[in-house]
Ligand binder design. Structure first.
Ligand code: GN1
Ligand code: MG
Length: 366
């Protein structure tokens, strides 16, 4: 995949989707660490309509057909439940626009592309404004889990093998540390030690899954606040986006990632560690929203493990950032030197604080 597609490649790719009317403009949209995203505006029957285009990162997702298969399978499942209605419990499902050849994605010289209809009158947020918004985001992801509970997870492909497995992330970190290709380990020993002293916790969820004490579920896999679109008028969650990592996993991963991002008191890459932490009021709202959205889908064991999952997923993402820093920033996009190390530091500081707040974070299964 080339660095950034030039204007001509971009226009060419966009015009190969089954869109009518006149293409007015295309603008880049800064979003996520993985794909390149753009928004186009078209004049159609006297009205302006927008579409979202993504050049998918095939260095991360080696099997794009499998990614698209999962997105289509999940969307179809949700749409079947909608039975012709525009929304399901007030939620919309993202519409993929096919190519002129009726394919769900485009293979071009510039890369592999997909297009969605833009959901107007909504917005996403990088920072959580208040507990109501946290509740809404959690309710939306919980709803998503409950709607997919009856989808046979074996219909989905594991597009990124062992993506949710903390032992696997630990292994990747240990491999990167052993190799240390850029001699970076010496300058991040504090973070390395932090990761190593918590290695035991990495196995807890995998062991429970193996013993069948918690179920394998279809999960969203990237439950950041900005993967929820909120209605501009009501402020309610309207749509869940970014189904790239929809795969068999454990539901608590979604909850943990939700806390890691949405209840964070700082940005994911904040350099002032004094600002880092978990807002317990937002955390409570996330617990309530998630329980509301999952509507009895979760077992009491899963509910009891919610605070642990928050810590575990934060630790896991920290391991991934640290491993990528050691490996030479080959996975996550970086925008400054040491960016992945800064991100890892934030995650680990959050873990440290969550350990101290464990009692306050406990959830009683009702
Ligand atoms: C990546 O690019 P984005 O924001 O959708 C990553 C997630 C991480 C997240 C950390 C496929 O997601 O797993 O939690 O960065 N996605 C992939 O911010 O690796
Ligand atoms: Mg994502």
């Amino acid at each position: 995949m080339n660095k950034t597609p030039d204007d001509q490649a971009l226009r060419q790719a966009v015009q190969r989707f089954a869109l009518d009317g006149e293409l007015l403009e295309i603008k880049p949209l800064q979003r996520g660490h993985i794909h390149d995203t753009f928004v186009s505006t078209w004049r159609q029957d006297g009205k302006d309509r927008r579409y979202l285009h993504q050049r998918m990162n095939d260095k991360v997702f080696h099997d794009i057909p499998a990614v698209m298969h999962n997105i289509e399978t999940v969307s179809k499942h949700l749409r079947r439940k909608m039975a012709g209605k525009k929304t399901l419990d007030g939620f919309k499902v993202l519409d993929l626009v096919s190519t002129r050849e009726k394919r769900s994605y485009l293979v071009a010289d510039s890369g592999q592309w997909r297009t969605y209809s833009f959901i107007e009158n909504t917005q996403s947020h990088d920072h959580c404004k208040n507990p109501e918004q946290a509740f809404e985001a959690a309710r939306a992801f919980g709803w998503f889990t409950s709607q997919l509970a009856d989808l046979d997870a074996s219909h989905l492909r594991e597009t990124l093998p062992r993506f949710f497995s903390t032992p696997y992330r630990l292994q990747q970190f240990e491999d990167a540390l052993a190799e240390d290709p850029l001699d970076r380990a010496g300058s991040c020993m504090t973070e390395i030690r932090f990761a190593q002293t918590r290695r035991e916790t990495a196995f807890v969820i995998d062991d429970l899954l193996k013993k069948g004490e918690i179920p394998v579920r279809t999960v969203h896999g990237d439950t950041k606040l900005n993967n929820v679109l909120f209605c501009n008028e009501t402020g309610r969650a309207k749509c869940i986006v970014d189904l790239d990592t929809c795969m068999p996993g454990y539901s608590l991963y979604d909850f943990g990632d939700l806390v890691r991002f949405t209840a964070a008191t700082s940005d994911e890459d904040e350099r002032d560690l004094g600002k880092v932490g978990t807002d317990l009021t937002l955390y409570r709202a996330l617990v309530d929203g998630y329980l509301d959205g999952t509507r009895g889908t979760l077992s009491s064991k899963e509910i009891e493990l919610m605070p642990f999952a928050a810590r575990l997923v934060t630790y896991t993402i920290g391991l991934r950032f640290l491993a990528d820093h050691l490996a030479g920033d080959v996975y996550f996009k970086v925008h400054r030197e040491g960016h992945n190390l800064d991100r890892a530091r934030v995650q680990f500081r959050m873990v440290e604080l969550m350990e101290q707040q464990a009692e306050a974070m406990a959830v009683v299964a009702g």
